[in-house]
Ligand binder design. Structure first.
Ligand code: PGA
Length: 267
């Protein structure tokens, strides 16, 4: 059975409530006919409620950018899985490289303390993924190598490890229903895209890890996105690859026109 492509916009720390509403209102008519692709927008927490209202009645689904694994408690700043479903979320991004403290662009102000603050690990990714699934959310788990790891020839091993540890203990059925995003850290927000055959090859590596750990059926069903400087100009080529089932889009998802073009490129 063919996998339904999924294109998700990761808005990161962008958009006020009014801007979020405007973006979705501009996007809706442009993707109304794109029924062969699942469309997701992941605004910041502050705009979830407004975007939920704005997408009502459309085929655009709502996602969040992170989640904590506890149901409730004294966890200042954190948001529980049940709070996200309550807010209308169907998806949640987990383990983005910016949460893991793995940045493609060196920023001197990213001090050690700040990196620790964001410090996501495969262990926390695993806990969050399990908690998200238990609450009925669909996780979009991000994996990807840094430039140093790629240059050292470690890309495949790093990614395989992230997949194995991040998804450890899940059932085959849970993995079949989720989404994995391959996001090479060096391609995020840099304008540099992983070349298409290599992006396809790595998505194939991810699928083979899923096959080895969870079985052929889960590997056949799990959707694997490419992310990292996806643009209207490169989306069609990337999404036409057999192992790539759509994209996780940052910068180009902040404008309705460019995001709509990327969505249509997955048709
Ligand atoms: P980008 O971000 O499209 O701006 O490179 C992708 C992502 O970080 O999910």
């Amino acid at each position: 059975m063919a996998r339904m492509p999924i294109v998700a916009g990761n808005w990161k720390m962008h958009k006020t409530i009014a801007e979020a509403r405007d973006l979705v209102n501009a996007l809706k008519p442009q993707v109304a006919d794109a029924t062969g692709v699942e469309v997701v927008v992941c605004p910041p927490y502050t705009a979830l409620a407004a975007v939920r209202e704005a997408v009502a009645g459309s085929q655009i689904a709502l996602g969040a950018q992170d989640v904590f694994w506890k149901e409730k408690g004294a966890y200042t700043s954190q948001v529980a899985p049940g709070m996200l479903t309550d807010a209308g979320c169907r998806y949640v991004i987990i383990g983005h490289s910016e949460s893991r403290g793995r940045f493609g662009v060196p920023e001197p102000e990213m001090t050690e303390a700040l990196l620790r603050w964001f410090g996501e690990t495969d262990e926390s990714v695993n806990r969050k993924t399990k908690a998200a699934l238990a609450a009925g959310l669909i996780p979009i788990v991000c994996v990807g190598e840094t430039l140093d790891e790629r240059r050292a020839g470690q890309a495949d091993a790093v990614i395989a490890g992230q997949v194995e540890r991040g998804l450890a203990g899940l059932s085959a059925a849970q993995v079949a229903g989720m989404v994995i995003a391959y996001e090479p850290v060096w391609a995020i927000g840099t304008g540099e895209t992983c070349d298409t055959p290599e992006a396809n090859r790595i998505c194939g590596v991810i699928r083979s890890v899923v096959a080895r750990v969870f079985g052929a059926e889960a590997a056949e069903a799990v959707r694997i996105q490419y992310g990292g400087s996806v643009k209207p100009g490169n989306a069609r080529e990337l999404f036409s690859q057999p192992e790539i089932d759509g994209g996780l889009v940052g910068g180009a998802a902040l404008e309705a026109d460019s995001f709509a073009q990327i969505v249509k490129a997955a048709l």
